[in-house]
Ligand binder design. Structure first.
Ligand code: ZN
Length: 272
């Protein structure tokens, strides 16, 4: 998302908004101010907070959240098509448009139009991983939740998410089920360094990419996330997973859980 924000800034930073065209499923999460009220305003800054892209029009802001299946195309020149999955097209006076759209049928990408001073969904986000506040939480916090749960919680830390959580815990050689409160000083330091290294490398990868911008496409760049059944890149042991309704945890039983596989309810049902 950081690299995406940088590319948007290069494409439409300093340009004025000429049209907002909601298409098909709109995904607009706010009623006021109306999107058209931003037409004529200059995009002064683009940024990121957690997984939200922020387009700052000198006070009023548009937020975009792509979720798992969303993507954002920079159209130069803008297209007229209203392709399947299109959410909204923002046109700018420099002849470039941004198209937010969705892969497949999941309707999860959303956008918000916020008045100056309104933080909308950003108000609920925890600190960024690069902040001292996050370091304090990891190094000295007594949170009793599992580290996997804690890192995925956007109210605790913004923008890590499932994939990077799996990879960061693999880097730190910690069990996804370890609780933060149970970790010693060395483990905590390694966890903090691992989360930051994971996200720094992800930004570098994304900066190097060209073409359409999406979160889903980054999936094939994870080290262990989503790669259960393949060899651990560190030790060669087969990566395992624990499956939940809407996500799964991937880990190496040799590097992270002392050789012991974690209980997987779905698997054990199948075995019985
Ligand atoms: Zn391993």
């Amino acid at each position: 998302m950081q690299a995406l924000a940088e590319r948007l800034d290069a494409a439409v930073g300093g340009a004025a908004l000429t049209a907002v065209e909601p298409i098909g499923f709109s995904g607009l999460k706010t009623f006021t101010p109306p999107p058209e009220s931003l037409v004529g305003r200059t995009l002064e800054r683009t940024g990121r907070r957690g997984k939200y892209l922020i387009l700052d029009f000198g006070g009023p802001r548009i937020l975009v959240h792509l979720s798992q299946a969303g993507r954002l195309d920079i159209e130069e020149p803008p297209k007229k098509t209203r392709g399947k999955g299109s959410v909204v097209r923002l046109r700018f006076d420099n002849g470039i448009a941004l198209l937010v759209r969705e892969h497949g049928t999941e309707r999860k990408a959303g956008w918000w139009v916020l008045d100056a001073g309104d933080d909308g969904p950003l108000a609920k986000l925890g600190p960024e991983p690069a902040t001292d506040e996050f370091a304090e939480l990891i190094l000295h916090g007594d949170d009793r939740r599992r580290v996997h749960t804690l890192l995925r919680d956007q109210r605790t830390v913004a923008g890590v998410g499932r994939g990077h959580t799996d990879d960061a815990l693999w880097r730190a050689q910690l069990s996804p089920y370890a609780t933060l409160a149970s970790l010693g000083a060395d483990d905590r330091r390694r966890l903090l360094d691992s989360v930051r290294a994971e996200l720094d490398e992800a930004i570098e990868r994304e900066r190097a990419r060209t073409g359409g911008l999406s979160q889903a496409k980054l999936g094939d760049k994870f080290i262990v996330h989503g790669r259960y059944g393949t060899p651990c890149p560190r030790c060669g042991e087969t990566l395992r997973r624990v499956s939940y309704e809407s996500y799964e945890v991937t880990y190496c039983p040799n590097c992270q859980t002392g050789g012991k596989p974690l209980a997987d309810r779905r698997m054990s049902r199948l075995v019985k």
